[in-house]
Design a protein around this ligand. Structure first.
Ligand code: SF4
Length: 159
C-alpha cells in the first residue's frame, strides 16, 4: 500500500509556559519567516497534522491533553519540543505540579533548546522532523509490503 503524500501540516500546543516560545512559533508563520511558502500549514485539527509542536512543560493538569492530541494524530507523526521548558521543564521544572519536559508523557523526535527558541532553530527542527517523518513513512510501507507478501505466499501455499 502506498500512502498519499501531502505538504506537512503542523499542530501547536502550549503547555505550562511564559508564552515566549509561542510568540516565536507564530513568528515562523509571519511574512518575515513565512514557512507557509514550503506548504507548511498550521492546523487546529490533530487528525490533519503530521508534526506536533509543543511549547512549555507538562504538568498534571495538561498531560492528558498532550497525550490526547498525540493519539489523535495519524501515523506517521513527529513531535518537536520547542524551548527548554518543553525539553526538560526549564524554569518551571521545580514547580509543585510540573512533571518535566514533553518526553515524560509522549515520545519526542526533535528538541529545540533555547529560552526562547529562535524561529530559525524552530524551522530547522521542523525540517529535521520532516526527515524523521519520511523515515517513519518508509518503515511503515516496508512493513506493510512485507505483510502483503507473506499473506500472498501463504495463500499460494494453501492452493
Ligand atoms: S523556554 Fe523560556 S521563553 Fe520558552 S516558554 Fe520556557 S521560559 Fe518561556
Amino acid at each position: 500500500m502506498s500512502y498519499v503524500t501531502k505538504s506537512p501540516w503542523i499542530i501547536h500546543y502550549d503547555g505550562s509556559s511564559c508564552n515566549g516560545c509561542d510568540i516565536e512559533v507564530l513568528a515562523c508563520l509571519t511574512p518575515m519567516y513565512d514557512v507557509e511558502r514550503f506548504g507548511i500549514i498550521n492546523t487546529g485539527n490533530p487528525k490533519h497534522a503530521d508534526v506536533f509542536l509543543v511549547t512549555g512543560s507538562v504538568n498534571e493538569q495538561n498531560k492528558g491533553v498532550v497525550q490526547q492530541i498525540y493519539e489523535q494524530m495519524p501515523e506517521p507523526k513527529v513531535v518537536v519540543a520547542i524551548g527548554i521548558c518543553a525539553c526538560s521543564g526549564g524554569v518551571f521544572r521545580d514547580c509543585y505540579n510540573v512533571m518535566g519536559g514533553i518526553d515524560t508523557v509522549i515520545p519526542v523526535d526533535c528538541y529545540v533548546p533555547g529560552c526562547a527558541a529562535r524561529p530559525e532553530a524552530i524551522i530547522d527542527a521542523v525540517v529535521k522532523g520532516l526527515g524523521v517523518l519520511a523515515e517513519k513513512r518508509a518503515a511503515m510501507e516496508a512493513k506493510e509490503d512485507k505483510a502483503e507478501l507473506a499473506a500472498e505466499t501463504e495463500g499460494k501455499q494453501d492452493e
